[in-house]
Design a protein around this ligand. Structure first.
Ligand code: SAM
Length: 311
């Protein structure tokens, strides 16, 4: 695996995926531990089940994929829910060996970039260069596509949803769970980030990479533009500081304080360097960010779960 960009000695031993993809986060054990904690907090936040798709009506399905599966935690949950299906876990990085050993037998792990899939012509013939992932996404072959927290990896959402729409069978379901890069006061739509300098810098970096600040809330429009029919769209408070007003997000607030906040400086370093910011300026903006993201109880980003069907 490629070493991280070592602009500071403290970060030199972090490890990253070894591909050209836009994804900015590491893939080492610290990150895997964070992802598993985040997955549990998300499930609690959205009501105790990893998927909001109509899973009861999907029993008997044959082929599903978890895109950007990370440590494979949701892939395993989906595989256990649908034992008769082959469930593909696709990611830029390998799933941890310990997970591969205990995974249900109906999972197939594949390393690859979903944005590399190219349909060469209107008949749906695919380019040979992207064979393993492209085989999973054969036109009209998938019953269920699940993708969660891909906002730091997908820099062409139109391609993501049009590839997915093409790969679904008629009646197949896509579920997308993702976060917007804005901060709100609890139980309101009142933005808190308008005056935050570090946030403006991150927005500018996002623009350069093609990553979207609205990967959650824009999904429905993009799905519709790809010919999909929206079944449901629900929004949750991804709390950064626990607050009793957002009861289902209390575990999320604890997770953010314990596991995400310590990783924020590294995330900001990677983002701000994209915008040419280095050295003491990164430190200043990071100090501001750490203060702002924990500035009040219930401060949150909006997490949207969108479920759609191919007609
Ligand atoms: C924040 S993690 C979320 C992991 C998992 N979905 C979860 O919720 O636990 C994002 C994952 O998406 C993967 N990823 C990012 N861009 C990708 C791409 N273009 N194709 C495949 N995987 C991608 C990353 O390697 C990373 O493991």
């Amino acid at each position: 695996m490629a070493k991280g960009n070592s602009s500071s000695t403290a970060q030199a031993e972090r490890q990253y995926h070894d591909t050209q993809a836009a994804y900015v986060l590491p893939n080492d054990e610290i990150e895997q531990d964070r992802l598993d904690a985040q997955a549990s907090a998300i499930v609690e936040m959205i009501g105790g089940h990893p998927c909001l798709a109509p899973t009861l009506s999907m029993v008997g399905m044959l082929k599903a994929v978890d895109v950007g599966c990370g440590t494979g935690i949701a892939t395993m949950q989906i595989a256990e829910m649908f034992p008769s299906a082959t469930v593909h876990g696709v990611d830029l990085s390998d799933v941890p060996t310990a997970v591969q050993k205990i995974a249900p037998p109906n999972i197939v792990w594949t390393k690859g970039n979903i944005l590399d899939i190219r349909y060469e012509d209107d008949t749906g013939r695919m380019s040979a260069s992207t064979e393993p992932v492209a085989q999973i996404f054969k036109p009209g072959s998938l019953n269920y596509i699940f993708g969660r927290m891909l906002f730091l990896g997908i820099n062409d959402w139109h391609r993501y949803f049009s590839t997915s729409a093409r790969a679904l069978k008629s009646g197949g379901i896509i579920e997308h769970q993702d976060l917007d890069w804005a901060f709100y006061r609890t139980a309101t739509s009142q933005r808190l980030d308008n005056e935050w300098e570090w946030h403006r810098a991150v927005m500018s970096a996002l623009k350069k990479t093609g990553l979207s600040p609205q990967a959650g809330s824009n999904a429905a429009e993009l799905m519709k533009a790809s010919g999909l029919e929206i079944i449901s769209m629900q929004t949750f408070e991804f709390s950064f500081v626990p607050c009793e007003k957002a009861f289902n997000s209390i575990a999320m607030g604890h997770y953010v304080q314990q596991k995400l906040v310590p990783q924020y400086p590294e995330l900001l370093r990677k983002m701000l360097e994209i915008d040419g910011i280095t050295g003491s300026r990164i430190k200043d903006l990071t100090d501001q960010a750490l203060n702002d993201i924990s500035s009040e109880k219930g401060i949150h980003q909006k997490y949207t779960v969108t479920v759609a069907r191919k007609p």
